[in-house]
Design a protein around this ligand. Structure first.
Ligand SMILES: [Zn+2]
Length: 224
């Protein structure tokens, strides 16, 4: 799971990703930006089984105080679907067997300008809940491992995806955004010091470190 700058994110996707929800902006997938940090604007959650509960987005025209008071909209005033509506409709069509799950590329905010490439997820469900003030959308995103060929890579990625956001942030700050072996700030990955398969935890910063791609690969080879 790679740590990237916003510039790399935009370069990878060949577009400026400005909004949090971007339905079908690529030929075969959509893009969402998420954050589980304490100051995050939306209540995105990483559930224990690796599923992301992604919150829908607020109406755009209201000022920042009032937009947290009104229901998140399904449609714009002109009747066209909002991003909420587009994702909701795709989940609905999947649930009723009309389509395959929509493929979603997820990026998770680590800090300003720094993102974690979480890989692909399937949009498997969508519903509306009352958050105490108003109705908000919730979307369930399930990790998609279709592109992963090797079992080890699968286990590694599965558990990397479960590192809580606050732990990611703590590790990134502690290691000063650099590989703990060589100090490189390029191509960084989160690494389990003791691999999950050997009993290592994904939930504590003391078992996670930053490694560059080279040292991440070297370490992988050692444990085979
Ligand atoms: Zn290194």
């Amino acid at each position: 799971m790679k740590i990237i700058s916003y510039q790399e994110l935009a370069f990878n996707e060949a577009m400026q990703v400005q909004k949090g929800m971007n339905f079908n902006v690529k030929k075969s997938y959509s893009i969402v930006l998420m954050s589980t940090l304490k100051n995050a604007p939306y209540a995105d959650k990483l559930l224990d089984d690796g599923i992301i509960e992604y919150e829908g987005h607020d109406a755009r025209k209201h000022d920042s105080y009032h937009k947290k008071e009104v229901d998140q909209p399904m449609a714009n005033e002109t009747g066209t679907l909002t991003e909420n509506g587009k994702f909701f409709q795709a989940a609905d069509n999947y649930k009723s067997g009309k389509r395959e799950p929509a493929k979603i590329k997820v990026y998770r905010k680590l800090r300003d300008g720094v993102w974690v490439d979480m890989g692909f997820y399937d949009l498997i469900d969508a519903y509306r809940v009352h958050d105490g003030k108003r109705k908000v959308f919730k979307f369930l995103l399930k990790p998609n491992f279709d592109d992963i060929k090797e079992v080890e890579e699968f286990v590694d990625l599965e558990h990397n995806r479960m590192i809580p956001g606050e732990v990611q942030r703590e590790v990134y700050e502690r290691d000063h955004g650099k590989c703990t072996q060589c100090g490189s700030a390029e191509n960084l990955h989160f690494d389990h010091i003791l691999p999950f398969s050997k009993g290592g935890s994904s939930k504590v910063a003391t078992n996670i470190q930053l490694l560059c791609a080279k040292h991440n690969l070297q370490k992988g080879a050692k444990f085979v």
